[in-house]
Design a binder for this molecule. Structure first.
Ligand code: PLP
Length: 387
């Protein structure tokens, strides 16, 4: 039986979620319809909204359901008419929403003209906040960037998808308050792994996605503080209080809420222990573990096997029945050098030997032990050849 250790790409959907969704898929479910089917769909939608809101200490009407974390991120960054500052280790959906920053080394520079933005007719001078060698946001750099800034929107992720490094969001939030900046947090990788509290940390916006935590692809959310107006990315019908047009995917959203009900933080805590043991064994064979000096997600390890490219490792592990990733595979399947590791100042030859191991609700101690043995065997065989 292959061992799946790529939860940060997507987690297996929990069986309880599939069962719940199957019930909903059997109904004609447009929550905007006036008839009994529509009212039934609306009831399921609003129950799911309440479950998710309660889990993150938000108000139900602060939740805008979207089809993906990518859509939620892009809505957050393009829907507010402010200068945008984002960390250098953000997901490509955040980095590609900047403008003007392509000259400053944005690897995902995409939209280059004003017409690509919804809510920012005036020229903006977006910028990228550097991180330290442990992958943490450089707070003094952010402080300096916000001094005398035009009203800004800062976007810093809760935890990184490649290294698992958890950002000091409380400190970022304090700096934003000091400089009257808005704060968006991409919490896609944190949800279900660590506590995610929209109410407590003074966020203005937050992104969540169901398929990283046992729910289905196709359901995600942007949480927007009640007193903040945001321009919709998708226009048309008046769904989601006019903030996101399009019929809500009731089955997927209900599956999202079911996944939230099943979060198991105790299992996550055990998983960190197993991964720490794995990392210690790998280090005795010369491995480099990235982000280790920072607080990290309980399910993620990013490790370089010296002298063996991640592409070769991935193929070798796949043959042995382990699904891991290089953390930066693009949609074409090609592996690009990780912009996250580059931003942390890791030299390219070492960065290109890094793989990501990410577990989740179905991962067992035995899975991690089997992978550790396989890694040591591959390292003994291939690292010797490379050396
Ligand atoms: N943000 C982070 C940190 C992610 O890891 C991902 C997905 O990999 C996304 C956003 C995008 O989420 P989705 O796949 O739902 O579009």
């Amino acid at each position: 039986m292959p061992v799946y250790l790529d939860y940060n790409a997507t987690a297996p959907v929990r069986p309880e979620v599939i069962a719940r969704m199957q019930e909903l898929l059997a109904l004609p479910a447009n929550p905007s319809s006036m008839h009994r089917f529509g009212r039934e769909a609306k009831k399921h939608l609003e129950n799911a909204r309440k479950t998710i809101a309660d889990a993150i200490s938000a108000w139900p009407n602060e939740i805008i359901f979207t089809a993906s974390g990518t859509e939620a991120n892009v809505t957050a960054l393009r829907g507010i008419s402010r200068r945008v500052l984002v960390s250098a280790v953000e997901h490509s959906s955040v980095l590609s929403s900047l403008r003007g920053a392509e000259r400053r080394g944005n690897p995902f520079a995409f939209a280059k003209s004003d017409k690509d933005w919804i809510a920012s007719p005036a020229a903006r001078n977006d910028d990228i906040i550097p991180v330290t060698s442990s992958g943490l946001i450089d707070l003094s750099a952010l402080d300096a960037m916000l001094v005398d800034s035009a009203p800004a929107l800062v976007s810093v992720m809760l935890a990184n998808n490649e290294t698992g490094v958890i950002q000091p969001i409380r400190d970022v939030s304090a700096l934003c308050k000091k400089h009257h900046a808005l704060l968006h947090c991409d919490a896609v990788q944190g949800l279900g792994k660590i506590a995610v509290d929209f109410g407590a940390l003074g966020y203005d916006m937050m992104t969540l996605s169901a398929h990283k935590c046992g729910g289905p692809v196709g359901a995600a959310a942007l949480i927007v503080c009640r007193d903040l107006a945001i321009a919709p990315l998708l226009t048309g019908g008046g769904q989601e209080l006019g903030r996101r047009a399009g019929t809500e995917n009731v089955a997927a959203i209900t599956g999202f809420a079911k996944a939230v009900e099943l979060f198991d933080f105790e299992h996550m805590r055990r998983l960190r222990g197993w991964l720490d043991g794995m990392e210690a064994e790998m280090e005795t064979c010369g491995a480099t573990v990235f982000g280790k000096s920072a607080l990290r997600l309980p399910n993620t390890s990013c490790v370089a096997m010296p002298g063996v490219s991640n592409e070769v490792q991935l193929m070798d592990f796949d043959l042995k029945g382990f699904a891991v990733s290089a953390g930066s595979a693009c949609s074409s399947g090609r592996i690009e050098t990780s912009h996250v590791l580059v931003a942390m100042g890791i030299p390219q030859p070492l960065a290109s030997c890094a793989i990501r191991i990410s577990g989740g609700w179905q991962t067992t101690e035995n899975d991690i032990q089997l992978f550790t043995e396989a890694w040591k065997q591959t390292c003994g065989r291939l690292a010797k050849k490379a050396g």
